[in-house]
Design a protein around this ligand. Structure first.
Ligand code: HEM
Length: 534
């Protein structure tokens, strides 16, 4: 991945000005009860020349696992330590809310789980989390395979090349293809709506991408001009955003109305018995409407659906994108994966039971999440003052932070920390089978699979918060198992049929970030039917 380094040929005056501004802010913000914390003295330019999390990593190595960063008009505490992460996410979770993230997402997701205030969150989490029951996941594997098959068929058709005779290879932007696949899966499994985006465009699909694009823009644009009165009517991109939101909201309102109008007692009984296999519509919306009665608030339901549409779409597409990117650079691991697929699936489809045997594919998915966590940073704001525990490399007594402190919990830094991982930047799915234990790291329990018996995928419990691709504690992702199984199915079905190569060099695949890490110009790959020679 190429990432442009800080430009050195920039006019000196501009750099100096920015540096002085940065230093001034740093000095202004260095007092108070977080005063003893190391301060990152990066130039403001660092924040604009390359994705922020690269700089946060460099400063982590230089300043330690808890440091303060002056950033625009604000200061952030950057955390890269599992003990401190565990404290913020689990032990003292309710001392924190989502801070800046909630401000950005509230106009899109309303009172959905991610930005919701604590009272709404408590009530909705209790209602939504049981919807992701293991029997629901088992039923969803059929949707994962049906949708992946549609994608595979599309590729096969392209390879057959209509009237052009048989082509040997096709070139495709797999990131775009995974994005369509993930959108179709989330539509069918969460609200029983077939976007059909693998094969067509529609106004709703365009609106979903427009909204994601705006969410991305807002999370990387540091001045929230969209909150200025009238901005939503005057600024063209804000007008477009309001139009896109209306298109999606109208679509979701229609689906909610339909689910309420078609509520049947026999379905409710089947749902109560978790008899998903005999339900025509096993979607999460059906569960939310049927199990909670027809009187559930439409506006809240819409916010819940919108949140899952946004949270579960690009994240999963990104995991698949980076998994393929990594495999394409490691042909021997690609062959190892294909050998497992041949052995477990042959020419058949993955099932819930067979997923348990696709161990290497599962580890590839989690290793892709380790190297490219989505999102790379978790955001929190302290609601009251708190004492952070001493990190493994930090001040042993920890730091007191005042109410209102903004925190970046860098999952990227944790996942690539040289203190917890051997060769942290290398793609090594096998590492999860031989993970090292805690060796004298005080307060960190090390890696131990027995802490999460029966888990199909390594998680934050096994690693005591050194590996947390889905967060941890009460605000942990509700869709984690869903997303992992979806990615395993899609990856297995792709590699079952095709050999994949990058079209250009790995270095030419530029990385950009917003809410997720994605490529700048797509993941262009060459696909060849397996068994075909060049
Ligand atoms: C929360 C990651 C897929 C729904 C989260 C969080 C992370 C995450 C890190 C915690 C955020 C925080 O603590 O600030 C991912 C990744 C995914 C994925 C990497 C794919 C690989 C999904 C899917 C769904 C989903 C498929 C739904 C169908 C949610 C929701 C929350 C959440 C509703 C908020 C939970 C709460 O606050 O109670 N996700 N997610 N995610 N995710 Fe996911």
């Amino acid at each position: 991945v190429r990432c442009e380094s800080t430009s050195t040929d920039e006019p000196k005056t501009k750099r100096n000005l920015l540096d002085s501004a940065s230093n001034l802010l740093t000095n202004l913000l260095s007092g108070g009860s977080v005063g003893s914390m190391p301060i990152a003295e990066g130039a403001v330019t660092d924040l604009f020349d390359r994705p922020l999390f690269y700089s946060l990593y460099d400063w982590f190595l230089k300043h330690g696992s808890v440091y303060k960063l002056a950033f625009g008009p604000k200061a952030f505490v950057v955390v890269s330590d599992p003990i401190v992460a565990r404290h913020i996410l689990r032990e003292n979770a309710f001392f924190y809310d989502k801070g800046v993230l909630a401000d950005i997402l509230e106009p899109i997701m309303g009172k959905g789980l991610i930005p919701a205030d604590l009272d709404t969150w408590k009530q909705r989490r209790r209602v939504i989390a049981p919807g992701f029951h293991v029997l629901y996941l088992e039923a969803m594997v059929k949707i994962f395979t049906d949708c992946s098959e549609r994608t595979i068929l599309k590729f096969e058709k392209l390879l057959q090349g209509e009237n052009l005779g048989v082509r040997k290879t096709i070139e495709l932007d797999l990131e775009a293809e995974f994005s369509s696949l993930a959108l179709d899966i989330i539509g069918l499994s969460v609200f029983n709506h077939d976007f059909g985006s693998v094969t067509k465009e529609s106004p709703v699909i365009k609106a979903v991408y427009g909204t994601l694009f705006e969410a991305e823009h807002r999370s990387t644009f540091y001045i929230p001009y969209w909150n200025i009165p009238l901005a939503r009517w005057i600024v063209p991109r804000q007008r477009k955003f309001q139009k896109d939101l209306k298109v999606i909201n109208d679509c979701l309102d229609g689906l909610i109305r339909n689910a309420k109008d078609t509520r049947e007692e026999t379905d409710v009984e089947k749902l109560q018995q978790r008899d998903y296999k005999n339900l025509k519509d096993a979607s999460l919306l059906r569960f939310l409407v049927d199990m909670r009665g027809a009187d559930v608030d439409d506006r809240q339901l819409r916010d819940d659906l919108m949140t899952m549409l946004i949270a579960g779409h690009e994240t999963t597409a990104a995991v698949l994108t980076w998994a393929v990117f990594l495999l394409a650079q490691n042909p021997s691991k690609m062959r190892k994966a294909q050998a497992e697929i041949d052995l477990v699936l042959g020419q058949g489809r993955p099932t819930f039971e067979l997923l348990k045997k696709l161990e290497y594919i599962r580890l590839i998915v989690v290793e892709a999440l380790r190297l490219y966590p989505q999102p790379p940073l978790l955001i929190r704001r302290s609601l009251r003052s708190d004492v952070l525990p001493g990190g493994h490399k930090g001040d042993k007594d920890g730091y007191t932070i005042p109410a209102g402190t903004d925190i970046f919990l860098s999952v990227y830094n944790l996942h690539r920390s040289p203190y917890f991982w051997d060769r942290p930047h290398e793609f090594e799915p096998e590492r999860f089978l031989v993970q090292k234990k805690s060796e004298g790291i005080e307060g960190w329990a090390g890696f131990d699979p027995s802490r999460s018996p029966g888990a199909l995928y390594p998680n934050e419990i096994i690693s005591d918060f050194a590996f947390l691709p889905f967060g941890g504690g009460p605000r942990k992702c509700v869709g984690d198992q869903f997303a992992l199984m979806e990615s395993t199915v899609a990856l297995a079905m792709l590699l079952q049929k095709f050999d994949v190569e990058l079209k250009g060099s790995a270095e030419s695949v530029e990385l950009v970030t917003g809410a997720t890490m994605h490529t700048k110009n797509g993941l262009w790959c060459k696909l060849r039917k397996r068994g075909d020679v060049h």
